[in-house]
Design a protein around this ligand. Sequence first.
Ligand code: ADP
Ligand code: MG
Ligand code: ZN
Length: 551
Amino acid sequence: MSPLLALNKYFGYDSFRPGQAEIIDKILHKQNTLAIMPTGGGKSLCYQIPALVLPGLTLVISPLISLMKDQVDALNDNDIPAAYINSTLDYAEVSANFVKARNGQIKLLYIAPERLESPRFLASLNTLAISLIAVDEAHCISQWGHDFRPSYLSLAASISQISQTPPILALTATATNQVAQDICTRLQINSSNQIKTGFARPNLTFKVVKGQDTLSFLLKYLKNNPTQSGIIYASTRKMVEKIGTFLQEKQIAAVIYHAGLSEHVRRQNQEDFLFERANVIVATNAFGMGINKSNVRFVIHAQTPGSIEAYYQEAGRAGRDGLPSEAILLYHSQDMLTQRFFIDNSEADESYKTNQYQKIQDITHYVNTEVCLQQYIVRYFGQEIDPCGKCSNCTDERLTHDITIETQKILSCVIRMHERFGKKLVAQVLYGSKNKKIAELAFNQLSTFGIMHSMHLKDIEMLIDYLLASGYLVADSSQYPTLSVTKLGSSVLQGNHQVSQKVTQATQTTTLTDIDLTLFEHLRQLRLDIARKQAVPPFVIFSDTTLQELC
Ligand code: ADP
Ligand code: MG
Ligand code: ZN
């Protein structure tokens, strides 16, 4: 049977999605292959079709025990004989499934990576006719990835003990070049056998929302979208509970999901969401990997996750059916402290932690960037695309202001502090803070001390975040990152490069909702005039006090 025929016969689809045909072809030619495709891109078919076309058995290694049953049920529904072996089965069930595999009664066998750590299990695999090994969520193999699983580390060694040499197909949605390289090395995949389809998700509209009250934002959003299915992610169980209770009190059909709930409640809530008895599920990242609900219309992150990879994977659960959907990130600077707390208190080794701190910075840059959000994410994964035209940055019509002078002040302060200090201290020096530490270090003697006194301390910090996000400054990846000036930053100091920023208006728009539009327009003109005449930095013009004066 040809792959296309199998696609049609078993799945009822008539064409392959980008990358699928190529990946399947590699496998049928017995090449070890790495498939990097976005979430919802259709990775499963890349091993399910070869499983049907090849003789013998396909072994699928997946870290998601909770989902094996769902996947196997879905295959069986399509008349594809498949089974799984994991810790939820008793001994008799495990043996029964194993016998089915040995007798050629099933085409796919799903197992968890831990299984391969058992020498007995490994030995018994040699009694099976294995024609393909698929490693799903393959980024878990890399310490540089965002979701490293120790049980994946020994995977390569275990696979190499299998006496047959079936091709290996590694699959992931989120691999930076470094992670992809790591996967290839560990699983002996030739780098020319890396197949990467686009990372862009053209049907998703990305939005970053800053400085808004989480609960009121969510309530308003859900009231405006009353019939749509969506996921709200939060970083902690406590926050999940808080949001869930709040929404339920407001008569919104929301259920919650986190690892602290009993298996029974989790299953119940998940099904309520899947079968649309509940529109909304409020969850930690314990929910969703591999969940096959295609009509999720929005994914809102009430708190910022710890990496762009995690964010994109979770946000990518919106719009798997290809229809327009939204991915919204609500940002509060304290979210980053929560993420830091997770890392500080984890038992990982230092180099792993350093890597995770770096990832927190990367996502902070995402939040602060002014380039197209989709473009920003895709670029992070090493691909270039045109701006999407519809994300919250592409549609941002705020005025652009020149901030070259402020940038120069900040950069020269960083240099005067010998590029050995972090954002908070640099901001305090620029602000002219009376902080004891500054006096102790004699930073109050610096020529840059107090040169930004007219701004709020918080605004100076935000401006530094912006310069980080835009590549004028970099922070190293230690626990307390220190700032240094990049090459691009140096060219600003030399006067060869102008820096601009959109005006932050968020807080003002909310206070101005009741003012009629003519007055608003009048104010806007007034601000413009002042900006032109005085070249005052925009954040000063737009501060609450100035606005009050103008009113
Ligand atoms: P991934 O593992 O890449 O996140 P899945 O394998 O779960 O994605 O597939 C996502 C959805 O896309 C599934 O509902 C699947 O049936 C569907 N799909 C996959 N390939 C095709 C195709 N060629 N044509 C139509 N739908 C497809
Ligand atoms: Mg998948
Ligand atoms: Zn865009």
